[in-house]
Design a protein around this ligand. Sequence first.
Ligand code: HEM
Ligand code: HEM
Length: 243
Amino acid sequence: MLVANPAGGNTFKVWDAPLRLFHWLLVAAITAAFLSSEGDSPIAAWHMAAGWVAAVLLAFRLIWGFVGGEHARFVNFIRPSGIVAHIRGLVTGHPERTVGHNPLGALAVLALFAAVGAVLWTGIQVDTGKADEDIHEALAYGMLALVGIHVAAVLMMSLVTRDNLARAMVTGRKRTALYPGARDARVPGFMAVVLGGVVVIAAVFGITRFDPAAFSPQAHGEAGEGQGGEYTAAGHGENPDGD
Ligand code: HEM
Ligand code: HEM
């Protein structure tokens, strides 16, 4: 029998809906960016578009870290002082459950944001002929390694704390029985949702000003290959599919 919590029910709210949407769309965008990254990929024309979607998501997440739901806010999960105690708990076999990100996980989250940002930045530099593809590729694989650590850590923590963290990132809720006395997380306010929407619209607008073809299929491959690319302020030359 599960214990009822003050908010009522066997589960309580942890992750707000926009944060969960952000997470799974980011997973989709990064997966698409990798699958399209080789010039001979059948979806190669979508590489830049996938990367730009990740850029919009990152812009949203940065503002959401200030105005979003309780556990989305940076002030509520960046706690370097808790890292040592968290690691001690892990090595002594007494891992602690954390309602939001645990102190070590918070570091991984920040590292993931930085890695995605660096990959995007160098992608733009390659595309505009200002950087070599190798740097972008190396950073992309570095980011992939971090994602591997992230997923392994999520699975490991789910096992040792018997709390299905991935499910919580889907449903937004955790089981009250594992967190006695827990209450529903504060949800984002109406103005926060408006602001998040404005940031998404502004990011899309800014990106399409920079690259009008950002969200359409466009040629890459030879274009960026060490020779400065064929970028023009008006876009990236002809769309290979002719549409
Ligand atoms: C491209 C792949 C992925 C990227 C870039 C990524 C990135 C992130 C980021 C940035 C966060 C922090 C969420 C936030 O506060 O904004 C996060 C959290 C999380 N991710 Fe992922 N993720 C990826 C794949 C996955 C997969 C495959 C799973 C499922 C096993 C997963 C499960 C989770 C969970 C459960 C959390 C919350 C962790 C916690 O409880 O503290 N992620 N991820
Ligand atoms: C998370 C997002 C991204 C990931 C994971 C990613 C990943 C990669 C990888 C792995 C390569 C090397 C492909 C190879 O082996 O030939 C590559 C190439 C490239 N990327 Fe990205 N990228 C991302 C975003 C971007 C963005 C936003 C842009 C530009 C706006 C971009 C532009 C390029 C270009 C021009 C190349 C060279 C393509 C070629 O010459 O074959 N990327 N990317």
